[in-house]
Write a protein that binds this ligand. Structure first.
Ligand SMILES: [Zn+2]
Length: 109
């Protein structure tokens, strides 16, 4: 069973290389940047997206485990939530989930 069935292998690969390039760029920046403008969060997001591509949970909403709409992923390849859950999430203003966005909270749903 694939959880990210909307993504063809070639799309996955190109996305992966884009994210890899972004990560390298961010890592490069991380060395030269100061605390004033830390790229850490972005870097973490990119790493998490790469991890999700690896384990097959990419493109699946972190909260409800439904597929994230393609336009959302096109607009933000690092999106981890569909529109509804993102709005709910932002309404709550949580900030602690960033380190644990590898897999959906309830994969059985
Ligand atoms: Zn959702």
């Amino acid at each position: 069973m694939q959880s990210s069935e909307g993504l063809s292998p070639s799309a996955r690969e190109s996305l992966q290389s884009r994210l890899e390039a972004q990560r390298q760029e961010l890592e490069r920046q991380a060395e030269s940047h100061t605390r004033a403008n830390p790229p850490d969060q972005r870097l973490r997001d990119v790493n998490a997206a790469l991890k999700r591509l690896e384990v097959g949970t990419y493109g699946v909403c972190f909260d409800c485990a439904k597929p994230i709409p393609q336009p959302t992923l096109d607009a933000d390849p690092l999106a981890i939530r569909d529109t509804e859950c993102l709005q709910a999430y932002e309404a709550i203003g949580k900030d602690q989930a960033a380190g644990a966005i590898v897999s959906p909270a309830r994969p059985g749903l």
